[in-house]
Design a protein around this ligand. Structure first.
Ligand SMILES: Nc1nc2c(ncn2[C@@H]2O[C@H](COP(=O)(O)OP(=O)(O)OP(=O)(O)O)[C@@H](O)[C@H]2O)c(=O)[nH]1
Ligand SMILES: [Mg+2]
Length: 238
């Protein structure tokens, strides 16, 4: 079963389209879990009215915390995390799951780097490129979009790694721990859309610093880097 976990904070204009598309298009047995941060714009009420959605309230702030809470409640053997803001093409969950099963990997990320519409803002694009280049080099991976919040993940693998970052650094910490733990990761291309409703919760500068310090802390740990290099040698012909 696939558990789709969606964090929301004031996404009333976006959430219905996202969850109804997943409900109609995802061809695997599924549950849809929305983890709401006590939105004040009616997001909770919309989700509550949908029989196919489970609503969990996580009053503590933080994108990472919301996802951790959702995953703790997920019953599927595959967890999909995706934003509830309508920016990701949620129809692509099917191709992510298919790839995950076919290639027998622990995580499939949807990369926005080959998006013909180039919908990502220039500052996010550049920040992402810098973080991803550092990540690939030090953690011995070949990803193109480390900041993608759209991922299919093995439930067993995510239960085995320790994640502490409560906000936007969560997504990067997950990739660091997966590389260290020898878990395999692949990407599939997806398209991206700019936000139509609401404001980004991402505070670019604060999040950039948080993500970078999280990554550098890992790089400074010789054991992490040694394990990542060993895992690369072990997994490269898989
Ligand atoms: N529950 C909960 N959800 C959050 C919190 N912060 C962000 N989110 C949700 O997490 C997802 C990602 O946040 P966004 O604001 O879209 O961040 P972003 O994708 O970098 O920004 P955009 O470019 O505007 O899409 C969205 O669905 C948010 O509603 C939070 O503190 N609690
Ligand atoms: Mg977003």
């Amino acid at each position: 079963m696939v558990s789709v976990v969606i964090p929301t904070l004031n996404e009333a204009g976006n959430i219905l389209e996202a969850v109804s598309t997943i409900h109609n298009d995802l061809s695997y047995p599924k549950e849809i879990i929305v983890v709401d941060g006590n939105s004040t714009d009616g997001t909770k009420e919309i989700v509550q009215g949908l029989p196919y959605c489970r609503l969990i309230i996580e009053p503590r702030r933080g994108y990472g915390l919301a996802l951790m809470t959702g995953m703790k409640n997920a019953k599927g053997n595959i967890i999909v995390m995706v934003d509830g803001d309508g920016t990701y093409e949620v129809r692509h969950i099917n191709r992510m799951i298919t790839k995950m099963v076919e290639k027998d990997v622990d995580m499939v990320l949807a990369t926005r780097m080959y998006d013909p519409n180039k919908a990502m803002g220039i500052m996010n694009f550049l920040g992402n490129k810098v973080i991803t280049t550092f990540y690939d080099f030090f953690y011995a991976q070949f990803l193109s979009d480390t900041q993608s919040g759209f991922r299919a993940i093995s439930h067993e693998a995510i239960d085995n790694v320790e994640l502490k970052a409560s906000d936007m650094a969560y997504a990067t910490e997950m990739l660091m721990q997966f590389a260290k733990g020898g878990y395999t990761m692949l990407e599939v291309p997806t398209t991206y859309k700019s936000r139509k409703y609401g404001r980004p919760k991402l505070r670019r500068f604060k999040s950039g610093i948080e993500i970078f310090t999280t990554m550098v802390r890992g790089i400074l740990d010789a054991d992490t880097i040694r394990k990542c290099q060993e895992n690369w040698k072990k997994n490269r012909f898989k």
